[in-house]
Design a binder for this molecule. Structure first.
Ligand code: URA
Length: 272
């Protein structure tokens, strides 16, 4: 096939749109017109697909090792060092040049969680510093949230080709995400995109269904919990700018909730 560059760009944009909408698995090497062509036998189709797309698995004990390392971190700074020392996530050996943990206010009332570092983030060692991050910063500033956020991702190494991290790669890193939550104790959590929302909230729901709705993120031990708002990923907004109004509505709901919480705690303090 000799596709023109503009055709390739259109295909890439469509694939990215599907990915952000939660369609993140490809079961056949080539598209099949089900109205005209017979499906190949399922066993063969699955074999071909897994051979071409499956990322290398993380070690079985990766999450256990991560949990031990994360538990030993008493501060967010310790946690950054623990992540840098962690070798259990296979993404680390797939071309990433360094670990990318977090940026922002270490006393922030809002924890923002994205999907995974991209090329710019890998280069600079900080999350959300590329085009999507700049858009995120502009929207946070417009909602008055700039100094109120601490920003991280579900995994801490750049996936090759900026693909979505696999659930297994996310699971290997989850203890660090949970420790970030436990150390920061935010008043609210903002989840950017389907991959972050699904990993944190342990759901298969699509982002279009989840966005704009408050859910509860509670750690197993129950010691830490906070309301979590899934919203659309800023990289999606770069491709679909008309969706910015939905994210704007979600950010305003977050800002209003924070405002309510601070009035509430000021009231409680006043009564003491
Ligand atoms: N996209 C993400 O999800 N995280 C980043 O850090 C950058 C882009």
């Amino acid at each position: 096939m000799n596709a023109q560059p503009h055709e390739m760009a259109a295909v890439e944009s469509l694939l990215a749109f599907w990915r952000d909408a939660g369609v993140d698995a490809c079961y056949l090497d080539a598209p099949v017109d089900h109205t005209h062509v017979e499906l190949p036998p399922p066993a063969k189709a699955v074999q071909r697909a897994t051979a071409s797309v499956a990322p290398p698995p993380c070690r079985d004990d990766a999450a256990q090792e991560a949990r031990a390392l994360a538990a030993s971190a008493a501060t967010l700074q310790d946690l950054a060092a623990a992540i840098a020392a962690f070798e259990g996530c296979t993404l680390r050996g797939l071309g990433a040049t360094q670990s990318v943990f977090a940026r922002g206010n270490p006393n922030a009332p809002v924890l923002v969680i994205g999907e995974a570092p991209g090329a710019e983030e890998d280069l600079k060692g900080q999350p959300f510093v590329g085009k999507a991050g700049q858009l995120l910063d502009r929207m946070l500033a417009a909602a008055g949230l700039t100094d109120k956020v601490f920003i991280t991702n579900t995994v801490f190494w750049r996936p090759p080709g900026n693909r979505t991290p696999s659930p297994q790669e996310q699971a290997a890193c989850t203890p660090f995400v949970e420790r970030t939550f436990a150390l920061l104790k935010p008043k609210a959590v903002l989840l950017l995109g389907a991959a972050a929302a699904r990993s944190v909230l342990q759901t298969e729901d699509g982002i279009m269904k989840m966005r704009g709705q408050w859910r509860e993120w509670r750690l197993n031990e129950g010691a830490v919990s906070a309301p979590a708002m899934p919203t659309l990923h800023p990289a999606f907004l770069l491709r679909q700018p008309q969706a910015k109004r939905q994210v704007w509505a979600d950010l305003l709901a977050l800002a209003v909730r924070l405002e309510g919480e601070s009035h509430l705690s000021a009231g409680i303090e006043g009564e003491r």
